[in-house]
Design a binder for this molecule. Sequence first.
Ligand SMILES: Nc1ncnc2c1ncn2[C@@H]1O[C@H](COP(=O)(O)OP(=O)(O)O)[C@@H](O)[C@H]1O
Ligand SMILES: [Mg+2]
Length: 296
Amino acid sequence: MTEPIAAPEFDESRLSLRESCGSSEPNDSNDAPLVEADDVSVQFAGQSILKEVTLRIPRGQTLAIIGESGCGKTVLMKTLIGLVKPTSGRVLFDGNDLSSLNYAALTETRRRLGFVFQNAALFDSMTIFQNVAFPLRQHEQLSPEEIEAEVMQRLAEVGLPDEVARKRPAELSGGMRKRVGLARALILKPELVLYDEPTTGLDPIMSDVINELILSTRRKYPVTSVIVTHDMRTARKVADRVLMLFPRTRLRSDQSQILFDGPPSQLEHAEDRRVRQFVRGEAGERLMELRASQNE
Ligand SMILES: Nc1ncnc2c1ncn2[C@@H]1O[C@H](COP(=O)(O)OP(=O)(O)O)[C@@H](O)[C@H]1O
Ligand SMILES: [Mg+2]
């Protein structure tokens, strides 16, 4: 059974968002990409994980990074915001080389980023309220009433009832924890939001709740998003660009690690067979490789 490709109403909402941003915010006429990775390589203990990856993410774009487990998606995403330092190459955020920023500038830059970690990464000893309020208390001077209003509104937006605020992360289901992570990442209205496997481990309905949250965030304000996922439904529904990454270890040194870079509608027609197989969930030649390695 094939999944429906992104419904046309999403495209319309994106168009109207772009138009309204362009007319109301003179800064949005800034054509420079928000994030720029130039020839970025990352090695761990001498093993090449990313090799000479070049990527520009325009403002307002929703980019999905897909690819099999272990191919370097999370490493790439962390590199884009300076959590992993490239072995060579450079990353610019809004034109600034992350590695050259001093502490104050780095703190200010971090405020402009929201990161939704794969395991939600909530503070276990804090209540849900304290978790979501944390970035506000760190970065804003607000009264307790203002914090409360803001936090409760965010929890409502991600579909969590008021009583959840008093609970601790251990008392919530995985899907609820993910939504708390989302509320916390979005509370400062970051310019760039990074989601690491936001729907992994969730049932299809809860996954779609998360997809809708990603879409509605974008309708509310001109956010740029990077979503690491192997959920093709998420990639098709929310992304306007998909990048498929391939494990460095299974490529020749002259081959690009980016197998596909284009709109989700083109995935099925990708030239590279490995892309078509991945999006259809077919083992293809990977199965032969695995069988061959078992027989070795
Ligand atoms: N901090 C680290 N130290 C050493 N190896 C790492 C580190 N982070 C990731 N790796 C390795 O890099 C590869 C890519 O990891 P990752 O980006 O997490 O993959 P995925 O595409 O599943 O997100 C894996 O082989 C992983 O073991
Ligand atoms: Mg990962």
